[in-house]
Design a protein around this ligand. Structure first.
Ligand code: ZN
Length: 272
C-alpha cells in the first residue's frame, strides 16, 4: 500500500512534468474507483491549468489556476506515472490526463480502492481534509503537541499515532519502527507516557518517515519510466516483520502482538 513517503515521492515525481501545463483531454477507461469518478469530471477539468502539485496526508492535490482542485488518492494499489500519448495503456490504467504538450499523467490501480475527485471548495474545509491532524514532518508536529493531545487517552500508543486525527501518515510499519526507535512499548496507554518520551517519539516518527522519503528520492526517475511503474519502497526495517529474529540492539527475539487487528512488532527488553 502506498504510504506517506510514496505519496510524497509521487508528488515530487509528477510535479515538474505537469505544473504550468493545461489539460487538453481526459480519458476515463474505468470510473468505478472507491467512489465513482464524477460524471462531469472530464468536462470540468478540460482546459484547466495545473498551478501546483501538493499533498495533504495521503491525498495528492492538483491545484489549478482556476478554483478547482483535483484530489487523488492511491488507495491500496494505485500509482501515477508520466508517459506520452503514444504509450498504450495497460490493463489497470484507468485514467489519463492528457496535457496540451501530449504529456500524459496516467493513473493505474489494480484493486480500485483509490479515488479521483474534484472540488471547488477551499481545501481546509473539504470533508476529507478538514478533520486531519498535523503533518508529521511539519513544525506543528512536536512532542509537546502529542503530549497535550494524549491527555486522558486510554487507547494504546500505537493506535494513537496511527489515528489520522492525531497525526497523519503514520502507517502500520512506520508506527512499529518509530515506537522501537523511541523505546516505547506499542501497547502502552497513550495517556500514560511522559512528555520527555513523547519528544523522542515525535523525533523518531520524523526520522523514520524522512529516511523513507530520502530512499524514495532514488526512484524519482521511475515516474517517467516506460517499462515499469513506480514501486513501493523497499524499507530497511529495524523491527517490523522480524518476528523471532534478534533485536538489533539487545539480541532478544522480536515479539509480535496484534493491536487493533494490525501486527505490531517490538522488543520486550528495549521497549516499555
Ligand atoms: Zn532489544
Amino acid at each position: 500500500m502506498p504510504e506517506l513517503p510514496e505519496v510524497e515521492t509521487t508528488c515530487r515525481g509528477i510535479s515538474p512534468h505537469i505544473t504550468g501545463k493545461t489539460i487538453n483531454n481526459v480519458i476515463i477507461r474505468q470510473n468505478q474507483l472507491r467512489w465513482p469518478i464524477p460524471d462531469h469530471f472530464a468536462t470540468a477539468i478540460t482546459g484547466l491549468t495545473i498551478h501546483k502539485v501538493s499533498r495533504r496526508a495521503k491525498y495528492i492535490l492538483l491545484q489549478t489556476q482556476q478554483s478547482d482542485t483535483i484530489i487523488l488518492h492511491l488507495g491500496m494499489s494505485g500509482s501515477l506515472r508520466i508517459t506520452s500519448k503514444d504509450t498504450l495503456p495497460g490493463k489497470h490504467d484507468h485514467v489519463d490526463l492528457v496535457f496540451s504538450d501530449q504529456t500524459v499523467l496516467r493513473y493505474n490501480d489494480t484493486r480500485r480502492f483509490g479515488a479521483i475527485l474534484l472540488t471547488t471548495e477551499p481545501l481546509e474545509t473539504h470533508k476529507l481534509i478538514s478533520q486531519l491532524g498535523p503533518e508529521p514532518l511539519s513544525e506543528q508536529f512536536t512532542g509537546d503537541y502529542l503530549y497535550q493531545r494524549s491527555t486522558d487517552k486510554k487507547s494504546t500508543i500505537k493506535s494513537f499515532i496511527m489515528d489520522g486525527h492525531n497525526v497523519v501518515g503514520v502507517g502500520n510499519i512506520y508506527a512499529s519502527e518509530s515506537l522501537f526507535m523511541a523505546g516505547i512499548h506499542p501497547a502502552r496507554q497513550a495517556g500514560r507516557i511522559s512528555s520527555k518520551r513523547y519528544q523522542r517519539l515525535a523525533e523518531s516518527i520524523k526520522i523514520v518517515l524522512q529516511r523513507s522519503i530520502d530512499q524514495g528520492g532514488t526512484t524519482l526517475r521511475d515516474f517517467v519510466n516506460e517499462q515499469g511503474k513506480p514501486g513501493y519502497f523497499q524499507q530497511s526495517l529495524s523491527v517490523y516483520g522480524r518476528l523471532n529474529e534478534p533485536c538489533i540492539h539487545c539480541k532478544a527475539p522480536i515479539k509480535q502482538l496484534k493491536i487493533a487487528q494490525r501486527a505490531s512488532y517490538f522488543c520486550t527488553r528495549c521497549q516499555h
